[in-house]
Write a protein that binds this ligand. Sequence first.
Ligand code: UD1
Length: 374
Amino acid sequence: LKVINVVGARPNFMKMAPIIEAMNLHPDEIDHILLHTGQHYDEKMSESFFDDLGMPVPDINLGVGSGSHAEQTAAIMVEFEKVCRHEEPDLVIVVGDVNSTMACTITAKKMGISVAHVEAGLRSRDMAMPEEINRLCTDVLCDYLFTTDRIANENLRAEGVPQEKIFFVGNVMIDTLLKHRLLAEKMTLKDDWGLQTGKYATLTIHRPSNVDDPETLKGILDALQEISNEIPVIFPVHPRTRKMAEEYGLTDYFSRDLPVNGIWMTQPLGYLDFLHLNMHAAMVLTDSGGLQEETTVLRVPCITMRHNTERPITCEMGTNVIVGNRPEKILSAARNVLNGMVRPAMIPEKWDGNASQRIVDHLLAVFADNSFGC
Ligand code: UD1
C-alpha cells in the first residue's frame, strides 16, 4: 500500500505524527511518504513541531507559503498534482480542516486516487469559517472518514454518507498528547516567567473573525487586560494576530515585565512548551479548535472566544464553554473559573491514545480486501 501523508499547517503536525508512527510498525505492508505543502513555513510554526514530535523531515515540501485563499489553495493543487503523477500513490491521507487538507483532497480525487480524512464529520454550521468550507468539501469527496466522536458520526450520517465509509476511531491529537504528557509535565521551560502552577492563564487568538476587525480585537484585548489584573495571561502570538495588532496600533496592551500581571506576549511556542504551560494553567482562553479538545483531556477549564464550535463534545463532556467575543461574556466566564466554578470533565470515548493504531488497522484490512500491496 503506497500512501502520501499530507501536512500543511501547525495543527496538522500533532495529528499526523502518531499516524506515521503507527505506519512504521508495518514496513512490509505500507510504503509511506510525508508531504508538507508549506502553508506554514516559519520555524516556530512548523520546524520546531517536527523536532518536538520526533517527526521525520518531510520527503517533499511544496513550499507554497501564504496568499489569499484562492492563491494558496490553487498553488497547493498545482504542485500536489505533479507529485501524485510522479508517485502514483494508492492512498492520500489528509488531517484536520486547513486549506492544505481540502486542496490535496480535491486534487487526488480528480486523479482517481483514494483519500482518507482523519478528523472527519466535525461541523460548526458556520459558513463564514473557511475551515467549515474545507471540512464539507473534504468529507463529501473522501473514501474513508475517520471520526473522533459520536456527534461527528451523526453529522456524516445526516449528510447521507454511507455507514461503510465512516470509521469511529477516536482522536489522533489526543494520541500525541497522551504520549508526550509526562515529558511535558516534567520539563523546565527555558523561560518560565516565574509562573506558579494554577496561577496564570494561557491565551491564543488567530481566527479572522476575532483578529481581522479592529473593534472586535480591541474588545477582546480589553477583557483580557482586565483578567490579567488578577492573573498573568501568557499569550504566544500567532503571526496573523501580531500583524493585525501592529496594523491597528494595539500592541500597547502587551506587557513585557512579568512576573507582574499583564498580558505577556511571546513568540509562538513549541508543542512541549505549550503543553507544559496549558497543563498547569488556571484556564485557557482561546479561539483554536484543537485546544478545546486538549483542555478537556487535561481537565483544565477552557473559555472559547467564538460563537460556535465544531467540537460540541468538549462542551457536553469536557471543560469547554463557548462565550463568543463580547468582552463582558469573556470576563464573566473567566471570573467563574477564578471563583472556582469549574465543572468536572469526562473524557470522550476512544480518546485513549490508540486512534492512530485503529486507523492503520482499518486501512490495512480494507486494502488487503482490495488486494493492494506495495
Ligand atoms: C491556518 C488555518 C487555520 C488554523 C491555523 C493554525 C486555513 C484556512 N486556516 O490559519 O484553520 O487554525 O492555520 O495556525 O487553512 N503566517 C506567517 N508565517 C507562517 C504562516 C502564516 O507569517 O508560517 C502569516 C502570514 O501573514 C499569513 C497569515 O499568517 O498570511 C495567515 O496564514 P494562513 O496559513 O493563511 O492561515 P492561518 O491564519 O495560519
